[in-house]
Design a binder for this molecule. Sequence first.
Ligand SMILES: [Zn+2]
Length: 231
Amino acid sequence: MAEIVRIDDNTWRFEDGFVRFFLLVGGNKAALIDSGVNCPDALDLAKALTDKPIMLINTHGDGDHTSGTSSFSQIHIHPLDYTKCEVNTRYPGTELAEIHDGDVIELGNRPLKIIHIPGHTSGSVAILDSNNRVLIAGDSVQKGHIYMFGQKREPDKFEASLDKLISINGDYDTIYASHDEFKLPKDYVCKVKEDWLKVMSGSAPYEIVDLFGNKVRSYTLDNCGFYMEDL
Ligand SMILES: [Zn+2]
C-alpha cells in the first residue's frame, strides 16, 4: 500500500514504491494527479482524506502512473497518451475526458492549468497549481532517469517543452516530481535542459544497458539521466 504523506491541509503525496502521485483538494472538488504503479485502491485511499468528489487527472499514460484508473469512470488525460500509451485498452471501463494545452480545471478557488509538454510521451502534461505556485511535471523534470526510448516518446519535442516551462517560471516556485526527489526548485527545468542539450549534441558519455529486454543508452549526467534509443 502506498505511504501517504501530508504536504499541507489540502495536498497529499502518495509514495507508491519508486513512483509518487498527488491529491489536490479545492473548495468544491478534488483531483488525484496520477494513480501509481501498484495502487488499484488509490481512489479509496483518497476518499479517506476528503469528502469532495474526486476526479482523476494524469500527467501522462505510462503504466507506472495509472494503476488506480479502473476505479474511476473518467480519466482526464491528453488524448495522444490515451491511445499511444494504451490506457484505452488497459482500462476499457474508464472513459476518456480530454485535456489540452491551456485548459483550466477549477477545483474551487484552486485552478489547475494544463500545459502540454510532449517529449517523455506525446501527451505528457504539466499541471500548474497556480495559487500554491507549484508545478507538477510528471516524469519530464526529475533527478532520476527520464525514459526517452520507444514508440510513444517524442525526444525531438522535449527541448521546446522545457523552454515552455522555463517561459512561465514566474508562475511557480517549486516542482513536484513523480520519481526520485519529491521537491525541486524551479530552476531545475534549466538543469534538465542543460543535460538534455549535452545528450543531443552527442558530447555526453553513455553506457548500453538492458531495460525490459531493450538495449538502450543510459546517460547519467550532472542533474538527471536519460534512457535513449541506441541508434
Ligand atoms: Zn514514471
